[in-house]
Design a protein around this ligand. Structure first.
Ligand SMILES: Nc1ncnc2c1ncn2[C@@H]1O[C@H](COP(=O)(O)OP(=O)(O)O)[C@@H](O)[C@H]1O
Ligand SMILES: [Mg+2]
Length: 512
């Protein structure tokens, strides 16, 4: 007889149904797992054997075959241990034959029979709930699974023995409750930054419209400091964003203690990050930093120091909001709609832009051009705001702390975001929440400037030789400026300010 247990395999953040079929047949003692398992799945045999023995159950001295169907779907990860072990327990009568019907099962086993946390419980629970099934998962992941639905049945156990007792009815496990992690304020506030008013303004605009931002300035100007304070002015995740962002974190195994959080992600990978680390994929199908930044911020400090190949791989996700990873036997798509915030020095030594600095590598301009040429034109073109962050002067540092801090700025950002969301919902695009997400004709429509604004834009487009993409980016930023102003129509001053954030782009593009 074949015992069946339901579990899942992940394709991107989607959980596909997998059927674990366990057969115990007469023959020489053997234990085989078939159905395109990866190394971690093949090792399940050893963990299952040890865990069953530790739980007081011996494997029968017969021929055991485990098939993971459908066989053409690659199976990765350690979460197949528990469905295999429970299938075997049902096959040998240690739990009732029908106990596992209507459950999706995930979990990794320790040699002592304990059940360890696994990645991907949230998307698996959502998929199980969609099929009208319950879920059996590790105790540590119970609160995460409970987010899928308040009604679905969830059995979250710490060990195989607990599960056996649960199904025998001797010790019934109670349903876990969804948990939220309190946002621990980082204690970083815009108040800490003296001077740099225009940089703070650009940060506010970027946060309001979800725009990409590049800060260029000498070392010590406070670029990293500014970026680190971006989370303090971003609004919290909306409920449906929270679920999507958490699904990615879940598949990456980054949800601690099963508690979700509504703080927007802020990821700042080091410039030595490899391509798989940044965009995802690699040996294991895993979301990269750009997907973990979905709904939030990807901060790339020392921007030109990243490998050019790695930087150029950002181009497609920046445009489409998702990343497709294709491997020999597998294709996965992960969401990757993030705000790119980057910081760089103007040249390798960092001081080329300062007055009366003489670079020993030759003319300052050459040193700058060499360094900035590491960024490709098409990548720079995808950045809406490029700003100069000049060195802070002593006079600035001696100033009293600014009156306005993150709280005031966050309030304006939230208001501007509400205005955008309401506008796009009114236009029948509820999935669009920020100006950064609007494209082409729609953008030209919502950001159409008034008469004098249009004249200014037309002249500037010609003299600055704006590309089509550049032209749209100016409109998009101008729309955000109008939203911050509470204005329905984009006016000349909005266009003028938006254009001022393009001059830096042109300087960099010329270098590229
Ligand atoms: N505007 C500023 N106000 C207060 N302190 C500053 C400011 N700019 C820089 N600093 C100080 O200089 C240090 C270096 O800033 P940092 O953000 O790392 O510079 P960058 O990333 O531009 O090289 C900060 O830790 C802070 O102590
Ligand atoms: Mg820095």
């Amino acid at each position: 007889m074949v015992q069946r247990v339901g579990t899942v395999a992940f394709e991107g953040i989607e959980a596909r149904s997998v059927d674990v079929q366990v057969q115990v047949a007469p023959g020489l003692p053997a234990f085989n797992v078939v159905g395109l398992p990866d190394k971690a799945v093949s090792e399940a045999r050893e963990r299952v054997r040890a865990a069953l023995i530790a739980s007081g159950l011996a494997l029968p001295a017969r021929r055991i075959t485990v098939n993971l169907a459908p066989a053409d779907l690659p199976k990765e990860g350690s979460h197949y241990d528990l469905p295999i072990a429970l299938g075997l327990m049902a096959a040998i009568g240690a739990i009732p034959h029908d106990a596992l019907d209507g459950y999706t099962v995930l979990g990794e086993l320790g040699l002592d029979g304990t059940i360890a946390a696994v990645a991907g419980v949230l998307p698996a629970a959502i998929a199980a709930n969609g099929r009208g099934e319950g879920m059996i998962c590790p105790a540590a992941c119970g609160p995460e699974a409970a987010w899928a639905s308040p009604e679905m049945e969830i059995v979250a156990a710490a060990s195989l023995i607990q599960l056996a007792n649960h199904f025998k009815g001797t010790q019934v496990l109670s349903r876990p409750q969804p948990k939220v992690r309190e946002i621990a304020g980082t204690g970083l506030d815009l108040k800490d930054i003296k001077g740099q008013e225009s940089a703070k303004r650009a940060l506010e605009i970027a946060a309001a419209g979800g725009h990409n931002l590049l800060m260029v300035g000498p070392p010590g100007a406070g670029k990293s400091m500014l970026a680190a304070r971006l989370p303090s002015i971003l609004p919290p995740l909306l409920p449906d964003e929270l679920l999507e962002v958490s699904m990615i974190a879940s598949v990456a195994g980054e949800i601690e203690g099963g508690a979700l959080t509504n703080a927007r992600p802020f990821r700042s990978p080091h410039h030595s990050a490899s391509m798989p680390a940044l965009v995802g994929g690699g040996l294991k199908a895993r979301p990269g930093e750009i997907s973990l930044a979905h709904g939030g911020v990807l901060f790339l400090d020392e921007f030109p120091e990243f490998e050019p190949r790695v930087l150029d791989s950002l181009r497609q996700p920046l445009e489409t909001g998702e990343v497709a990873i294709v491997r020999a036997n597998h294709r996965a798509t992960y969401p990757a709609r993030f705000m790119l915030v980057a910081a760089m020095n103007p040249c390798r030594c960092g001081h080329a832009a300062e007055p009366d600095y003489v670079c020993k590598r030759g003319a300052n301009t050459r040193c700058m051009a060499d360094y900035q040429a590491r960024l490709s034109g098409p990548l720079i073109d995808r950045i809406d705001l490029v700003i100069d962050v000049p060195a802070v002067t002593c006079a600035d540092l001696l100033l009293p702390p600014p009156a306005e801090g993150s709280r005031e700025v966050a309030a304006r950002v939230a208001l501007a975001r509400d205005r955008q969301a309401a506008r796009y919902a009114g236009l029948g695009m509820p999935q669009v929440r920020t100006n950064a997400q609007v494209q082409g004709a729609r953008l030209e429509d919502v950001a159409r400037p008034d008469g004098s604004g249009l004249t200014l834009l037309r002249d500037a487009a010609q003299s600055m030789r704006l590309s089509a993409r550049g032209y749209h980016r100016v409109l998009r930023v101008a729309r955000t400026l109008a939203d911050l102003d509470g204005a329905d129509k984009v006016a000349r001053i909005h266009i003028a300010e938006a254009l001022s954030y393009r001059t830096g782009v042109d300087d960099l593009r010329r270098a590229a």
